[in-house]
Design a protein around this ligand. Structure first.
Ligand SMILES: Cc1ncc(COP(=O)(O)O)c(C=O)c1O
Length: 383
C-alpha cells in the first residue's frame, strides 16, 4: 500500500490506543488472578457478569468462551437441535449459521432490508414451517433489528427468539438495550468488537432464571458441584483473564460508544454531497456503529483508491451466508436473497474506532469523495 509521505496510514480499527491506556489496570487485575491462580471461573468472571447484566438491562449474564459458543449454548438451552429449523438473516458473520449447525439444527436464511442490512421482517413469515423453532435476528453493524415486529411474529407462531448482539453492545431500540428483547441475547468479545477482550470471549444474557441456570451448566460440563455432571454439556467458559480486561473496559464503553456515534456523524456531514449510499439510522434506535458501512457499485476501485492513500477498508461480508459451502443445501425463502447478494457486491466498511479524530475522518471522506465524484468515464474505466 503506497501512501503520501507525511500522512500516517488510517487502519480499519485501532486496538492499540485503547490497550495502552488500560495497560496498568489490566495488568494489575491479571496479577491478582495469577497470585490467586483463579484462572477458571474466578471472581472476576462473576463480577463482570453482574456488571454486564446490569448494562444490558437483564437479570442474568453468563460468560462464554466466545460469541459463537454463546449462540450455540443458547440453542442448546432452548432444546433446539436435529430436525429443527432456525430462521436468521442471510448476511451475517458465518458464526451465526455455524452455531445453528453446531446445535444440529438447519439454518433458514431470510433476505435483508436494504435500509438497515438487518433481517427483512416482512419476509420472516414466508420462511416459517412446522419445523421452525426459533428466529435469530442479528443486530448487524451495531443497528438493532426490528425487534417489536420480530417478537410479535415469534409470539404468533410460538417461536423462541435468540438475539445475535455480537456487534451491538449498548445498542438500543426505544431505549431498551439489545440482548434484552428475546429469550436469550448473545454477545462476542472478540478483540475488534465494541467491547473486546484480549483474545476470545462471549456472553449470554437472559431474564429467565431457569435458562440462566441451564446456560451455566451447559458452559461448564453440567456441573452444579465439582465432578457431578447433571447433563451432557460443554467446556465453554469465559476465562478469568479475559474478564479482567472486560472489567477494565466496562468503565469506558459508554464513552467509546458516544465517540463512535460522533465519528459516524462526521462521516455523514462530510459525505452528504457524494453519491455513495450512507447507512440509514432508524429514528427509534441508538446505533452503536460497530462498523460504518457505505454502498457503491464501484467498490473494488474505491477500495484501491483508498489503499493508495494509506486508508484501510473492509467488506462485511463479501458473500451471503447461504453461498458458504456448509450451507449450500440450506433452505432460503422462495424469493431468494436478492438484497443480500446486492449488498455483498457493493458494501464497503470505512475505518471506525472511538479514537478516530476529526482530521482522520475528513481524510477518509475526502478520499471517498475524490473517487466517487471523478468524471463518470474515469470511474467506469476503473471498474
Ligand atoms: C454477528 C456475529 N455473530 C457472531 C460472532 C461470533 O463471535 P466470536 O467470534 O466471538 O465467536 C461474530 C463475531 O465474530 C459476529 O460478528
Amino acid at each position: 500500500m503506497s501512501q503520501p509521505a507525511n500522512l500516517a496510514p488510517i487502519p480499519l480499527v485501532d486496538l492499540q490506543t485503547q490497550s495502552r491506556a488500560l495497560k496498568e489496570e489490566v495488568l494489575r487485575r491479571m496479577g491478582d488472578v495469577m497470585d490467586g491462580a483463579r484462572y477458571i471461573l474466578g471472581q472476576e468472571v462473576q463480577e463482570f457478569e453482574e456488571l454486564f447484566a446490569a448494562y444490558c438491562g437483564t437479570d442474568h449474564c453468563i460468560g462464554m468462551a466466545n460469541g459463537t459458543e454463546a449462540i450455540h449454548m443458547a440453542l442448546r438451552a432452548l432444546d433446539i437441535g436435529p430436525g429443527d429449523e432456525v430462521i436468521t438473516a442471510g448476511n451475517s458473520f458465518a458464526a451465526t449459521a455455524f452455531a445453528i449447525a453446531h446445535a444440529g439444527a438447519n439454518a433458514v436464511f431470510v433476505d435483508i432490508d436494504p435500509a438497515d442490512f438487518n433481517i427483512d421482517v416482512s419476509q420472516i413469515e414466508n420462511a416459517i414451517t412446522d419445523k421452525t423453532k426459533a428466529i435469530i435476528p442479528v443486530h448487524l453493524f451495531g443497528q438493532p433489528a426490528r425487534m417489536r415486529e420480530i417478537l410479535a411474529i415469534a409470539r404468533r407462531h410460538g417461536l423462541r427468539v435468540i438475539e445475535d448482539a455480537a456487534q451491538a453492545h449498548g445498542a438500543e431500540l426505544e431505549g431498551q438495550r439489545c440482548g434484552s428483547f428475546g429469550d436469550i441475547g448473545c454477545f462476542s468479545f472478540y478483540p475488534g468488537k465494541n467491547l473486546g477482550a484480549f483474545g476470545d470471549g462471549g456472553a449470554t444474557v437472559t431474564n429467565d432464571p431457569k435458562l440462566a441456570e441451564k446456560l451455566r451448566l451447559l458452559r461448564n460440563y453440567g456441573q452444579r458441584v465439582k465432578n457431578r455432571h447433571d447433563l451432557l454439556a460443554f467446556n465453554s467458559r469465559l476465562d478469568t483473564i479475559q474478564a479482567c480486561v472486560l472489567l477494565a473496559k466496562m468503565k469506558h464503553i459508554e464513552n467509546w460508544t458516544e465517540q463512535r456515534r460522533t465519528v459516524a456523524q462526521w462521516y455523514r456531514e462530510d459525505l452528504a454531497d457524494t453519491n455513495v449510499l450512507l447507512p440509514q439510522e432508524h429514528d427509534d434506535v441508538r446505533h452503536v456503529y460497530h462498523l460504518f458501512v457505505i454502498r457503491t457499485p464501484h467498490r473494488e476501485p474505491l477500495m484501491a483508491a483508498l489503499a493508495e492513500k494509506g486508508i484501510a477498508a473492509g467488506i462485511h461480508y463479501p458473500n451471503p451466508l447461504c453461498t458458504a459451502q456448509p450451507f449450500e443445501d440450506s433452505p432460503t425463502i422462495p424469493m431468494g436473497l436478492p438484497v443480500c447478494k446486492l449488498a455483498a457486491d457493493e458494501i464497503v466498511s470505512l475505518p471506525m474506532y472511538p479514537e478516530m479524530t476529526r482530521d482522520q475522518v475528513s481524510r477518509v471522506a475526502d478520499a471517498v469523495a475524490a473517487f466517487v465524484t471523478q468524471p463518470k468515464e474515469c470511474a467506469s474505466e476503473l471498474v
